[in-house]
Write a protein that binds this ligand. Structure first.
Ligand code: SF4
Length: 106
């Protein structure tokens, strides 16, 4: 399963976190939703591989802790999504297809 690229139509915005949107459903700690809009990370798919943090040329991602989440104890948060230059590296390197980038969605 990959992140739903139509999440902004299929989900509801339930919160904001560090300046970016959070799309539900959220039921902590097991269900965390999707973080970000231009750069969107499905926290419920993220396994904390870290390739996106390593490869993003403009440091969009930062780790956030996610204790007791079934997939991983930390998540790649698109904390600086406004810096994104749409290179698509993160989308290509994510091993679980948890990231979707769409400048038109910002
Ligand atoms: S598309 Fe490129 S610039 Fe944007 S978040 Fe992903 S790796 Fe970073």
């Amino acid at each position: 399963m990959a992140i739903d690229p139509q999440f902004h139509e299929n989900r509801e915005k339930v919160d904001t976190h560090d300046g970016h949107d959070v799309w539900g459903p959220v039921d902590e700690p097991e269900k965390l939703g999707i973080h970000g809009t231009h750069v969107a990370v499905d926290f419920d798919l993220c396994i904390a591989d870290g390739a996106c943090l390593e490869d993003c040329p403009v440091d969009v991602f930062e780790w956030v802790d996610s204790p007791d989440h079934p997939e991983s104890e930390r998540k790649a948060d698109p904390a600086n999504e406004a810096q994104c230059i749409d290179c698509m590296l993160c989308v290509d390197v994510c091993p679980v297809d948890a990231i979707d980038v769409d400048a038109g969605r910002a």
